[in-house]
Design a binder for this molecule. Structure first.
Ligand code: PLP
Length: 489
């Protein structure tokens, strides 16, 4: 690089030749659009070769490198070895597929480099627009608080913290939980995601104060058991403060009876939180929305746009019915964050008053673009289609004697396995073989103590040909794995 003299203008990281940068930028955009356009021709996933991994053990580079060369490294070493959730054959865990629109919006957001912690700026109005849309979608009042966060793990934590304020008052922020002298207890089902327990841990309430209520045969929280647990805790001197229902459990997609949970929470004067990471956006699909009845009564609702909403990672979200309580749970004064009625410091309250993040990216932009461009109806159809594919998969499994379905299919998740001796081992092997084949990539879970292959159809690109491929490959690998187990024993 050219040596700079001491009295020249300060070092800038902008290019000396913008034309060159534009040309390279267009190549990069083309490459990533090619990736999406032709994604079906690629394997869903492939193992990272040791040499590729090894190239990422280098010391920090001191000298500059050409953007084009670094991009070539990305194309060769990074892009082919991602987890592949943009691929239609990806069915593992709960990952959204993203969209080209989201990609382009993310590029604009990076160029603008807005910090959405606060200040009077249109990017925050974009976020507020999405908050208002979500209030409309979920039947929350316009005064509700809403905030983009990384994901539902974070929004569940925020829900627990606001519930804690509701129970103990804002004094708890200064005095701590011990000073309140109340032994708060929370309730969720055994099928709830682990981040609810994590939220109890991080908020200082302790995982031991979370009662894991059994589920019924539809994998929904057992209402009788909940009522008994609350009554028993009250008798023992505890103070029940939170019920966390789930709209779409991570294992099977079960939706708790939210209407009944809301009624119990009201009667018991307990905060009602809903974890809708997997299922809340079913609200966009008219055929599915009635199943979420009761969600509109939640005191707080956590969900992700990066799953069923198809917004690129990350785009978690929290809605809190009482926006003022939400703000009072987090807002703090600081001289350097002084608010004003004019100038850049206007527009209070700011997003940083509603959560723990001060510096915040423009997650709202890719979400606003996604909803604006595709529209709520089309996004809802994509969501509904994934459930239709899951039903199709369930039917194929039920009609195939060598396969066994292990759970109901209320939404878009199907748990099943290949019938075999030593079925846990065989099905774990099948899941790995499927992933390594690059054809389809489900994950696994355990249902009633039995290992299941778990296919979550979240991606809008998945079609019935991928369902067929999953069945055919499972049968082929199942036969091979059974033979291998027999031979070894
Ligand atoms: C029901 C449920 N809750 C919470 C989460 C955590 O969400 P995130 O990964 O966005 O933090 C998940 C993730 O799959 C989930 O399925």
């Amino acid at each position: 690089m050219e040596q700079r003299s001491r009295d020249s203008s300060p070092e800038t990281l902008d290019p000396s030749d913008w034309q060159d940068l534009r040309a390279q930028g267009h190549r990069m955009l083309d490459d990533i659009l090619d990736y999406l356009e032709h994604i079906r021709e690629r394997p869903v996933w492939q193992p990272i070769p040791p040499a590729v991994r090894g190239r990422f053990r280098e010391p920090i580079p001191q000298a500059p490198r050409d953007l084009a060369a670094v991009h070539d490294t990305f194309m060769r070493d990074v892009l082919p070895f991602a987890v592949g959730n943009a691929h239609p054959g990806f069915m593992g865990w709960v990952h959204g597929g993203g969209t080209p629109v989201g990609l382009l919006a993310e590029m604009l957001a990076a160029g603008l480099n807005a910090n959405l912690g606060g200040r009077d700026q249109m990017p925050i109005e974009v976020e507020r627009q999405v908050v208002r849309w979500m209030c409309e979608l979920f039947g929350f009042p316009a005064t509700a608080g809403g905030l983009f966060v990384t994901g539902t793990s974070m929004s569940n934590l925020i829900g627990v913290l606001v519930a804690r304020t509701a129970a103990l008052g804002t004094g708890v922020r200064q005095d701590g939980i011990a000073a309140a002298g109340a032994r708060l207890t929370a309730y969720t089902s055994v099928a709830a995601h682990g981040c609810i327990a994590q939220a109890m841990d991080l908020s200082g309430l302790g995982t031991g104060a979370l009662r894991l209520i059994p589920v019924d045969d539809r994998h929904q929280l057992d209402i009788g058991a909940l009522e008994q647990a609350i009554a028993a805790d009250r008798r023992a001197g505890f103070r029940p403060f939170l019920i966390a229902g789930t709209a779409g459990t991570v294992d099977v997609g079960a939706i708790d009876d939210l209407d009944v949970l809301a009624a119990i929470a009201r009667r018991e004067r307990i905060w009602f939180h809903v974890d809708g990471a997997c299922g809340a956006l079913a609200m966009l699909a008219p055929d599915l929305a009635p199943r979420l009845s009761g969600i509109e009564q939640a005191d707080s609702l956590a969900f992700d746009f990066h799953k069923w909403g198809q917004v690129p990672y990350d785009a978690g979200f929290i809605l809190v019915r009482d926006g003022d309580l939400h703000r009072r749970t987090f807002a703090a004064t600081a001289a350097y964050l002084r608010r004003d009625t004019r100038g850049m410091s206007a527009g209070s309250p700011w997003p940083c008053d509603f959560g723990p993040d001060l510096s915040r990216g423009f997650r709202a932009l890719k979400t606003w673009f996604t909803i604006s461009v595709y529209g709520a109806e089309r996004l809802g159809r994509a969501i509904s289609d994934t459930c239709a594919l899951a039903r199709q998969l369930a039917e194929r499994i039920d009609a195939t004697p060598s396969l066994e379905r292990l759970a109901p299919v209320p939404l878009n998740i199907v748990c099943f396995r290949y019938r075999s001796e030593d079925a846990d081992r065989v099905n774990a092997d099948i899941a790995v073989a499927l992933q390594e084949s690059g054809i389809v990539a489900p994950s696994t879970t355990t249902i009633n103590g039995r290992l299941a292959i778990r296919a979550a159809i979240v991606n809008h690109r998945t079609t019935s040909s991928d369902i067929d491929a999953l069945i055919e490959a499972t049968l082929a690998f199942g036969e091979a794995a059974t033979r291998a187990v027999r031979k070894a024993s």
